[in-house]
Design a protein around this ligand. Sequence first.
Ligand SMILES: *Cc1c(COP(=O)(O)O)cnc(C)c1O
Length: 387
Amino acid sequence: MKKIAKPTACVHAGTARDPRTRGLNSPIHTSSAYGYIGVEKKAYPRYFNTPNQENIVKKLCALEGAEDGLFLSSGMAAVSTAILGLMKQGDHIIFQGDIYGGTHFMVARELDKLGLAYTFVSSLEAAEFAAAIRPNTRLIYIETPSNPLLKIIDIRAIAALAQQHGLISLIDNTFASPINQNPIALGIDVVLHSGTKYISGHSDLCCGAIVSRRELMEPIRHTAVNLGGSLNAQTCYLIERSMKTLSLRVEQQNKNAMQLASFLQQQPEVNVVHYPGLPSHPSHELAASQMSGFGGMLSFELNTREPEPFLAALSLISPAMSLGGVETTICAPAQTSHVKMSRQEREAIGVGEGLLRLSVGIEQAEDLMEDISQALVKSGLRSGMKV
Ligand SMILES: *Cc1c(COP(=O)(O)O)cnc(C)c1O
């Protein structure tokens, strides 16, 4: 297919119209049993080859510039299926240190049992990843921007390192979304998403996705069929519907996050703002060289050890886990994603008690700023005298 622009791909790629009715939307094929005589493809939901599954894979592949892919039942199903599909007993994997907490727990709990060795690299420097390579290393796994400090790793440098050593490179592209970052074009082999976040975008679905070239998707697909993390047709259809507005949503989230980041930077109660779109971000230029938008995620350090009164005083912005929805949400990583670490461990990686992570939605930015200002006053962090 001719390469089409992302907003167009969001709307049109993968749509399978019913020629009988000429309805504009792909029909929902609810069957879990399909005839097999005289057909080339034996369809079955867990084989990841039913029409609604294939429609959304085509859409995501068009957005990521990928040949093939799978949509699975959660982001973690995508993470575990990709790893198990590509690795075998005795292999060694290099992980970026500050990956998503759920991935970290899965690795630490499951991989030893399977005879897979791994190293977490705490630095973002490609040279440190190179130093971790062993004779049995097969995979390098990264995530950028990272959670919750929005650190940026050089995607091209990691992809080049992997190529040089004959390793597979894999990225969790959830935070950027397929709209802001396309790692395959930068040399990465496998791209994962927690579709629960931006791809779904309305805080009402759970799914995950893997895209890559055909040669690598083949072993992953076999493992996916065996592990069984498939989706039903209704959920696939809702994902297709959500993705039609993905670029529209993410463009608005990019704009709102930029405005909020600048606004927060000017507040005396805020010590620091982490957002790759800010020129003050230590990797702003690197981010600009590998992202086409800086995303809807940011974090900031409030000048307090007890952010709960501030969170409770917000009225529009909801303190909530997860991210990527149309509504702006906020969470304190010290109380959520990083609660299992000790305070010292958290402080060592820059996650203080006052750190707050915002997932910026598609509301009017001024309303969000107004909500933050009134909450600063109401929680007593700002004297009511100030205007
Ligand atoms: C949420 C998330 C996951 C896991 O996705 P689920 O859909 O919750 O299984 C993986 N990676 C990142 C970066 C995430 O934010």
